[in-house]
Design a protein around this ligand. Structure first.
Ligand code: SF4
Ligand code: SF4
Length: 293
């Protein structure tokens, strides 16, 4: 399942593939020195066919979290974790051979080395990249850190840095408190015994800071209206004082009562929450009965 998510759902490989060029570092199996693969032999016969450095131990396949064989070339599934590089390097160490049979390489360097090792019939001859002492020829290209310093990588760096800065600015400017209000669907209003009208609301207060907050809840735009709620001071408060724990969403049941019996069927007013430094407001509707003609 994890591989399926990486392959089909994660957008990163698509972004990465779009940014690659022939000078980009990618995890590469250097078949110009690895092929033809085969089990190591202590002493090769004089007429034996050339054998590359890959001993076909499959350590690189076993460690791959995506279950692919990098020796088959670049594949969409590769997440560039480099586990196959480490696995192969440890095999090369045990065999006393040069590290880097699987390595970070550019397509440009890989192609140059393939031309060195290639024969007219397209078959790789790994002896062509080594001298008589078995050392890699000076003409063999080795990719190093200098290949990452290019105008294109600077442009990418600046682009990603700008995105990172923009995200930090948005994070720093995000509100530290929030207020979500949902009016009761049914009943829309209740006529109380004293003749006043009551509307009920489900209110959620968000404290997005790691400190507890003492907040004041008020309403504006509904003259004479008062607030009440379970666990809150009942009996006509025009403001409520509420404590909210750190990083918490506090659900509240709040009733707004209006003594004005001549209100139109729908009146808009504002609920506000503040601690003096930060404020959150939302527009809310107060429902009243239709007037009989
Ligand atoms: S780990 Fe190295 S030697 Fe072993 S199969 Fe993979 S490429 Fe070949
Ligand atoms: S870099 Fe990681 S995902 Fe890609 S072939 Fe190697 S082990 Fe597999």
């Amino acid at each position: 399942m994890r591989e399926q998510v990486c392959t089909y759902m994660c957008p990163w490989p698509r972004i990465q593939a779009a940014m690659l060029d022939e000078y980009s570092l990618t995890v590469t199996y250097n078949d110009w020195r690895g092929e033809p693969r085969g089990k190591p032999v202590k002493k090769a016969a004089p007429d034996a066919k050339p054998v590359g450095d890959c001993v076909d131990c499959k350590a690189c396949v076993v460690v791959c979290p995506m279950g692919i064989d990098i020796r088959e070339g670049q594949q969409l599934e590769c997440i560039t974790c480099a586990l196959c590089i480490d696995a192969c390097d440890s095999v090369m160490d045990k065999l006393g051979r040069d590290r880097g049979l699987i390595s970070y390489t550019t397509l440009n360097d890989y192609s140059t080395n393939m031309q060195l090792a290639g024969q007219a019939d397209g078959v790789i001859d790994p002896r062509k990249v080594r001298d008589s002492a078995g050392q890699l020829l000076p003409a063999v290209k080795h990719t190093d850190w200098r290949s990452v310093i290019r105008p294109r990588t600077f442009v990418y760096f600046l682009g990603w840095a700008a995105i990172g800065v923009a995200m930090m600015v948005v994070l720093a400017m995000r509100p530290s408190i929030g207020l979500n209000v949902l009016h009761d669907r049914n009943p829309l209003y209740v006529l109380l015994s004293d003749g006043s009208l009551q509307n009920g609301y489900d209110v959620k207060i968000l404290n997005m800071t790691p400190q507890p907050r003492e907040l004041v809840f008020t309403i504006e735009g509904l003259p004479g209206a008062t607030l009440a709620g379970p666990g809150l001071s009942d009996g006509g408060a025009e403001r409520l004082e509420i404590s909210v724990e750190p990083d918490l969403v506090l659900p509240l049941r709040i009733y707004v009562r209006s003594p004005d019996q001549d209100l139109p069927p729908q009146s808009d007013f504002t609920m506000t929450i503040t601690d003096g430094t930060a404020t959150a407001s939302t527009n809310v509707r107060f429902e009243a009965p239709e007037k009989q003609e």
